[in-house]
Design a protein around this ligand. Structure first.
Ligand code: NDP
Length: 308
């Protein structure tokens, strides 16, 4: 049984070591040294090779090394092949940490204090109770749910929005486009944890910002193209939005001259909110290979019709 890895080569070396320890029976190959292409049954990639169908005729499963699959051109992946995204505890832990710090940065007015510090001004602001700061997360998947479960422990009123109705303890759940306006109207800090699909592309735009309470803040940890960056700048200028924390931009890297870089009410990080943790990622992939061999359902298989 042969497994091919086609993503960051340095991480690939580490995958190779972990495979050798944990599953010596699997032959591990690191792109571009693929050996006999006909022997490859499993591929883990950030982006599959363009002529996947021709190049790897006996492939059985495609794994994404990231949590999303929006970087895949699914039209080039034969319909018969299951596509599995990365769901592993390291990604979840990283995202919970990142969004928690972002929400607390906004909640505890650290944007304002950064400006006071720059002006060497010792100035206090009234502390607002967590119970009066309403958090809303777009996306109630693996990450959105984990983030909300942590944020509710601080006492923030928490809500989430998904496509299909969900029920979660202590979290107000909204579903579908008809419920979006009501969800936004009760949200002071909006966190985007949606997958990027044709439906969600550009969703964070002027119309959506107008449905939030005046002075709300945005945290985008989904994908850059979820956000219309010009609309964000306009909403910050008008005061409709107060702060934005962006881990993702469009394009990436954000060009050095872009107005978002120097905006005093914007914080930018270079797509580092969370990353796959090698040991747990390899465990999850090996478990899925075992499942595949046993004819069991794969964990994290995407639904092509939904695009995530
Ligand atoms: P999941 O697939 O588990 O969850 C996606 C959620 O979004 C689901 O609740 C789904 O609804 C909801 N959703 C999708 N489309 C719509 C829609 N049209 N309307 C309403 N809700 C919708 O994904 P994860 O939680 O694992 O990850 C989410 C995203 O986070 C990834 O796709 C990626 O873009 C981003 N990410 C960013 C990282 C970073 O470092 N910045 C790292 C990892 C991920 P339903 O429940 O009904 O299916």
């Amino acid at each position: 049984m042969t497994f091919l890895y086609k993503a960051d080569p340095a991480r690939g070396e580490q995958w190779a070591r972990l495979f050798a320890q944990k599953a010596p029976e699997i032959e591990f190959r690191l792109w571009p040294d693929i050996g006999d292409p006909a022997s490859i049954r499993y591929l883990a990639a950030w982006q599959p090779p363009e002529d996947l169908a021709r190049m790897l005729p006996n492939l059985e499963v495609v794994f994404s090394v990231g949590a999303g699959i929006d970087q895949f051109d699914l039209s080039r992946v034969p319909q018969r092949l299951p596509v599995v995204r990365m769901i592993e505890p390291g990604i979840v832990q990283g995202m919970v940490e990142y969004v928690t710090q972002a929400v607390l940065t906004i909640h505890r007015d650290l944007f304002d204090y950064a400006q006071y510090q720059a002006a060497r001004e010792w100035r206090e602001m009234p502390v607002r109770a967590a119970a009066s700061r309403r958090i809303g997360v777009l996306g109630l998947g693996v990450l959105g749910t984990a983030v909300l479960e942590r944020l509710r422990l601080f006492g923030f009123p928490c809500a989430g929005w998904s496509r299909k109705p969900r029920t979660l303890d202590g979290i107000d759940c909204y579903a579908g486009s008809e419920a979006l306006t009501a969800f936004l109207a009760r949200t002071d800090v909006l966190v985007c944890l949606l997958p990027l699909t044709e439906v969600t592309r550009g969703l964070l735009n002027a119309k959506l910002f107008a449905a939030l309470p005046r002075g709300a803040s945005l945290v985008n940890v989904g994908r850059g193209p979820h956000l219309n960056q010009d609309d964000l700048l306009a909403a910050l200028a008008s005061g409709q939005l107060r702060n934005a924390i962006l881990d993702v931009t469009d394009p990436e890297p954000l060009p050095a001259r872009h107005a978002l870089w120097g905006h005093p009410r914007v914080r930018i990080t270079p797509h580092i909110a969370s990353a796959t943790r090698l040991d747990t990622a390899v465990d999850v992939v090996l478990d899925n290979i075992r499942r595949h061999c046993a004819g069991e359902p794969l964990l994290g298989e995407i639904d092509r019709s939904r695009g995530y």
